[in-house]
Design a protein around this ligand. Structure first.
Ligand code: TPP
Ligand code: DXP
Ligand code: MG
Length: 636
């Protein structure tokens, strides 16, 4: 039996001696590499927190003490040492362990939301609750250097610093990277501290210095800023803002179990808010991850055991966007690009390589990204802000009041729109259409293939009097789904010779699904016209006339039903006094349990077969009614 097989909970860790712990760390790394190569997942981040997580579970008493992981993508080790090794055979899959903490999985898990920069707010609240309940419980936030660039962290720090008596431990997991190298003034100071010669000297012999390092106050980077002048000045007492009460311990070698445990015990004993600055390496212990040039295997797809590489995938929506934006950038100097710490995964890297002065990485700070874009637009630029759909949620007010209210020409490119899959319910891009439909002056396009993505992107950046957005899915993109004709902005993809009974309006990536359902329905004698609206906010007026030419309108969309395209079209038909019945098929407005994109879509009935079955039911009733009417009034 391996040591790892003997670990069923944190208590097993606490019994181990130093030699066993070192051996266990190696076994956990081997376990991670084996399972994540098979399933895909966040290999780099988790290899970087093996020792840190082991030390946390030895020093603190989870779940009595709450350990909260920011984002949560780096919680695999936490799961491994809290009795869930077996679930890794189906990591991030139905029936296995999720790739993020899940409360229903374990009492050791607190936060399921994968949106960054929330952990400090959670521990602020948890620590208040623990104190109100009598105290005696610690709260620990594990927050990455990337997550620390998010504004919520600073809001939380401001509150945590206000109460020096609360036992809040903030472990900064500083590996210098988000997806790409972490940016920003604070990150610079962290890295300057991490890279100062003095840091190495401290590591070698000055451990007691770490334990008695005086306080650093808010803003932390002000004290770290002094690090640029040399490590000794930065840590000298007069530099610290002790009156603000956040003690700073570090930097600590995040792969040295002894140093980590010393620092964490010191933090635990302190009894007030304290930061432990752990310096780690993403991918640590696995050279293919450490040396991975793009993002140190932040996120890997399943690796083919034969080739040792991820299975080849088709051309992605993201790659089509990446090359088209770079082309547009060559034609227009006013086009600038903004990423929130996800340059490559949102496809802005090609633009950035070609126009190094015209792109900005703002850190994991979507709110700032959108309002900064409004400023860039006011200054004469046309910003393109590329974010995953789900992360736009937190920048809604900035879009509404900083961009749209001022009618500024900002283009949002929402990647991973719709059901995404293995990253769970907080990652699905199912809220954007409901939110964007609320914004006066907003224009939203939903391309159906590579050709319409390029076309609609160009149409979007041509708009100069308000915000525009494109939304497209995760994964492979169809090259071209041709239209048989275009009516205004609406593309007709399928037109029955003798006129249609049903008008099927298929939004964006669901064009293929709509066409497949229409084929099934044709086999049953139901004539279906399939159209792609292309621009879905506001609803194209052409759809009213098209609806009036049919007995039934059905909409299919890969977005939340509440406030989605179908409900917006229904309102437009009502306002036009068009009484053709409409049925809207969309993602049910709920949090969808872990599963692949196809599994989740099948669960909610968004497959060609399900759509055809439901349309058959509706159409048959309508046709029956029509026949009955005809029989009841012959000669009419
Ligand atoms: C609000 C938000 N924006 C973007 C992301 C995508 N994202 C997931 S992990 C990550 C990088 C996190 O970096 P860091 O906190 O340093 O953790 P590390 O991966 O280095 O351990 C990003 C940007 C997110 N989860 N939440
Ligand atoms: C944790 C996080 O937000 C991302 O790393 C997430 O895993 C999305 O991954 P994809 O880029 O594969 O959609
Ligand atoms: Mg990091």
């Amino acid at each position: 039996m391996t040591l790892l097989e003997s670990v069923h909970g944190p208590a097993d860790l606490k019994r181990m001696d130093q030699g066993q712990l070192e051996q266990l760390a190696g076994e956990i790394r081997d376990f991670l590499i084996d399972r994540v190569r098979r399933s895909g997942g966040h290999l780099g981040p988790n290899l970087g927190v093996v020792e840190l997580t082991m030390a946390l579970h030895r020093v603190f008493d989870s779940p009595r003490d709450a350990i909260v992981f920011d984002v949560g993508h780096q919680s695999y080790v936490h799961k491994i040492v809290t009795g869930r090794q077996d679930g890794f055979d189906l990591l991030r899959q139905t029936g296995g362990v999720a790739g993020y903490p899940i409360r229903a999985e374990s009492e050791h898990d607190f936060v399921e939301n994968s949106h960054a920069s929330t952990a400090l707010s959670y521990v602020d609240g948890l620590s208040k609750a623990f104190e109100l309940a009598g105290g005696g419980r610690h709260t620990v936030a594990v927050v990455g250097d990337g997550a620390l660039t998010g504004g919520m962290c600073w809001e939380a720090l401001n509150n945590i610093a206000a109460e020096p008596g609360r036992p809040v431990v903030i472990v900064v997991n500083d590996n210098g990277r988000s997806y790409s190298p972490t940016i920003g003034g604070f990150a610079d100071h962290l890295s300057s501290l991490r890279l100062q010669p003095g840091y190495e000297r401290m590591l070698d012999g000055g451990r007691e210095l770490l334990m008695h390092t005086p306080v650093v106050g808010k803003p932390i980077y002000a004290a770290l800023h002094a690090a640029k002048a040399g490590i000794k000045d930065a840590l000298s007492p007069q530099m610290m803002f002790s009156d603000l009460g956040i003690k700073y311990l570090g930097p600590v070698d995040g792969h040295d179990l002894v140093a980590l445990e010393k620092a964490l015990h010191a933090a635990k004993a302190f009894g007030g808010p304290v930061i432990v600055h752990a310096v780690t390496e993403k991918g640590h212990g696995y050279p293919p991850a450490v040396n991975h040039e793009a993002d140190q295997m932040h996120q890997t797809d399943p690796i083919d055991p034969e080739t040792g590489k991820p299975k080849p995938k088709g051309r992605s929506w993201t790659s089509v966007f990446a090359s088209e934006l770079a082309s547009i950038g060559a034609e227009r100097e006013d086009i600038v690009a903004i990423t929130a710490a996800m340059l490559r995964s949102t496809g802005l890297h090609e633009f950035a390589e070609r126009f190094p002065e015209r792109w900005f990485d703002v850190g994991i700070a979507e709110q700032h990204a959108v309002t900064s874009a409004a400023g860039l637009a006011m200054g004469g630029m046309h910003p393109v802000v590329a974010v995953y759909s789900t992360f736009l949620n937190r920048a809604f007010d900035q879009l509404l009041m900083d961009v749209a209210l001022h009618r500024q020409p900002v283009t949002l490119v929402l990647d991973r729109a719709g059901i995404t899959g293995p990253d769970g319910p907080s990652h699905h891009g199912m809220w954007d259409l409901s939110l964007l439909g609320l914004v006066p002056g907003m224009k939203v396009a939903a391309p159906r293939d590579a050709a319409t993505l390029c076309e609609e992107l160009r149409e979007a950046v041509a708009v100069s009097d308000g915000p525009t957005a494109l939304r497209f899915s995760k994964g492979s993109v169809p090259d071209s789904i041709p239209a048989v004709e275009r009516t205004g902005v609406v593309d007709v993809l399928r037109k029955p010779a003798e006129g249609g009974d049903v008008l099927l309006v298929a939004v964006g990536a669901f064009a293929q699904l709509g066409l497949a359902a229409a084929e099934r329905l044709a086999d049953q004698g139901i004539a279906v016209t399939v159209v792609d609206p292309r621009w879905v906010v506001p609803v194209p007026a052409e759809l009213v006339e098209l609806a009036q030419q049919h007995r039934l309108v059905v909409t299919v969309e890969d977005s939340g039903r509440h406030g989605g395209f179908g409900s917006a079209l229904a309102a437009v038909l009502r306002d036009a006094e068009c009484d053709v019945p409409l049925r809207d098929l969309a993602v049910p407005q709920q949090f969808h349990e872990l599963g692949s994109r196809d599994e989740v879509l099948a669960r909610v009935g968004l497959t060609a077969q399900d759509v055809a079955r439901r349309v058959t039911g509706w159409a048959s009733n309508l046709l029956l009614e029509a026949q009955t009417e005809a029989a009841d009034s012959p000669g009419k």
